[in-house]
Write a protein that binds this ligand. Structure first.
Ligand code: PLP
Length: 223
């Protein structure tokens, strides 16, 4: 199946899942996750209508940026080290992986220096697995309050990754928990709820996600 064919199928599935929660496919933003995907295949996806891409590593994003540029919006979805923020700020349109005040402050400082305001999401460790990045559920509210007042950034919602290999019920419960944390944010910070990947995006949308991050179902398995 071609990238365009995969995208058409995914759009159909997104539309069906959105209808379950009383919304339309257009209400859900699709991020094509392009880690390990080269610039040629990213361009095929762009030709097929992709407008937003997600990268996990700043180094890989920097390599692809010259040939893709502003044809799409760039989302940072991987762990971001404070010492890489300076390089990330010029490229990315939304940083989804903020999990500390220190990181938020660095993004704000570098964004102000670049005369931009960077929208950010707080990454929540909804699975509770120790190996995962993200702020713990009990600390979300406090971190959001602190991050919301950092100059140079705009707190715009939450991001989470379901527990790996968990059953459907546990996955749904973790999505529902993230949705209820998101519901408690002030209006001006409650723009994006980024949850759902290839294996679970329909469940995520049915539980209230409005932004899904899909790699494998668009580009095939990663080597
Ligand atoms: C890789 C990745 C995805 C996409 O995963 P697929 O299962 O290939 O759809 C989504 N979100 C994050 C944070 C990722 O690292």
């Amino acid at each position: 199946m071609s990238i365009a064919g995969n995208l058409a199928k995914i759009r159909e599935r997104i539309g069906a899942a959105a209808a379950v929660s009383g919304r339309q496919g257009e209400d859900i933003t699709l991020i094509a996750v392009t880690k390990t995907v080269d610039a040629d295949r990213i361009r095929q996806a762009v030709d097929a209508g992709v407008t937003e891409i997600g990268e996990n590593y700043i180094q890989n994003a920097l390599l692809k940026y010259p040939s893709i540029g502003n044809a799409v919006k760039w989302h940072m979805i991987g762990h971001l080290q404070t010492n890489k923020v300076r390089q990330a700020v010029p490229i990315f349109d939304l940083i989804q992986s903020v999990d500390s005040l220190r990181l938020a402050e660095e993004i704000g400082k570098r964004s102000l220096a670049a005369e931009k305001v960077m929208p950010v999401l707080i990454e929540v460790n909804i699975s509770g697995e120790e190996s995962k990045f993200g702020v713990s559920k009990k600390d979300v509210e406090r971190l959001c309050e602190a991050v919301a007042s950092v100059p140079g950034i705009k707190l715009s919602g939450l991001m989470g990754i379901a527990p790996l290999g968990a059953g459907d019920a546990d996955i749904r419960r973790s999505f529902a928990e993230l949705k209820s944390l998101w519901d408690r944010l002030p209006d001006e910070n409650r723009r994006w709820l980024s949850m759902g990947m290839t294996s679970d995006f329909e469940a995520a949308i049915e539980e209230g996600s409005n932004m899904v991050r899909i790699g494998t179902a668009i580009f095939g398995p990663r080597s």
